[in-house]
Design a protein around this ligand. Structure first.
Ligand code: PSU
Ligand code: MN
Length: 303
């Protein structure tokens, strides 16, 4: 069997119960142990409490798993050296029977294979600052242009070049929808100051957009930008100081490629003494609620 889909997820899909996909890079590379495991299990609980089935995705001994068990999630959270698996890594990880943490890209790939249409995460990758010379553009953006999964996130971090990220998504035909917000969210901050084309006022409206994209046969995902709740939002000018510092340190150390995002995340969390981590956790919980609502509305349209 190429991809292992858990019994619970299989049953849910068969019985028209909404399923919400979750990634594992956020567990193994995005947060420290044990907060990572605690958060991952809480996110699953929020999804269940909202009437959906969670499907955390990861690769164990070369087998992609859709719907990891709590024990598997625990292992993902504390095993060092799990590879960050993007699209280009999958063939080798499977051939060599490695463990792989799925990014937004590879979580979308396996979610789509399993028939899951909604995926909840924290933030996506994007066009990095200085991409005009480094060429560092996350594979997440290409995946959004071709794989039919809606990604609910809290926008993207200002470690990226956010205006260029929006331009890229526009070029590749990816709708970016602001959930109850007219501007792009900036992860720790509820507002990047960048205007989005569309504000959506309900999960039903978003589900309808997904429905019509599919009906028209327009391949690719939809990106939902769900701002961090006001009470947890860190002002841009506060977090940007830490972001600038982390970027400078990264350049001095010569960190490149797939190590950039994990390095920046850790550096910012350390510098803010966990304040950014707390915000990160809260925004994922918030996304889990909204993602569940969208998944429930989408199932109704399919009937
Ligand atoms: N951005 C975050 N938190 C994360 C990531 C991005 O705020 O955990 C992770 C996601 O898994 C995303 C990946 O898909 O990093 C992007 O990595 P890269 O920039 O190397 O494509
Ligand atoms: Mn990159």
């Amino acid at each position: 069997m190429l991809v292992k889909v858990s019994k619970e997820v299989q049953e849910a899909i068969k019985n028209n119960i909404p399923v919400v996909a979750l990634e594992s890079t956020i567990i193994s590379h995005g947060m420290p142990y044990p907060k990572n495991v605690e958060t991952a299990l809480n996110v699953e609980k929020i999804i269940r409490d909202n009437g959906c089935v969670p499907a955390t995705i990861g690769i164990i001994d070369g087998t992609p798993i859709v719907g990891m068990s709590p024990d598997e999630i625990e292992l993902f959270g504390k095993t060092p050296g799990i590879l960050k698996a993007s699209r280009r890594d999958l063939p080798v990880i499977m051939a060599k029977k490695f463990w792989g943490a799925t990014t937004v890209t590879t979580t979308m790939i396996f979610a789509a294979m399993a028939g899951i249409e909604v995926f909840v995460t924290g933030g996506i990758g994007g066009v990095h600052r200085g991409a005009e010379t480094s060429f560092d553009i996350s594979a997440d953006l290409q995946e959004l242009s071709k794989t039919n999964v809606t990604v609910v996130c809290a926008g993207a971090k200002a470690i990226l070049d956010l205006p260029l990220t929006l331009e890229y998504l526009e070029t590749f035909g990816v709708p970016v929808l602001g959930y109850k917000s007219s501007n792009l969210a900036a992860f720790y901050s509820k507002d990047s100051g960048l205007k989005l084309d569309y504000e959506m006022n309900s999960s039903k409206e978003i589900a309808e957009a997904i429905y019509y994209k599919r009906k028209l046969g327009l391949d690719g995902g939809i990106l939902v930008s769900n701002p961090i709740p006001e009470e947890y939002s860190i002002p841009n000018e506060v977090i940007n100081v830490y972001i600038e510092k982390a970027l400078k340190e990264m350049n001095e150390l010569g960190i490149k490629g797939k190590d950039t995002t994990p390095f920046l995340l850790k550096s910012i969390a350390d510098a803010t003494e966990g304040k950014s981590l707390e915000a990160n956790i809260k925004l994922v919980y918030n996304n889990a609620k909204v993602g569940s609502e969208i998944a429930k509305e989408l199932i109704k349209l399919e009937k």
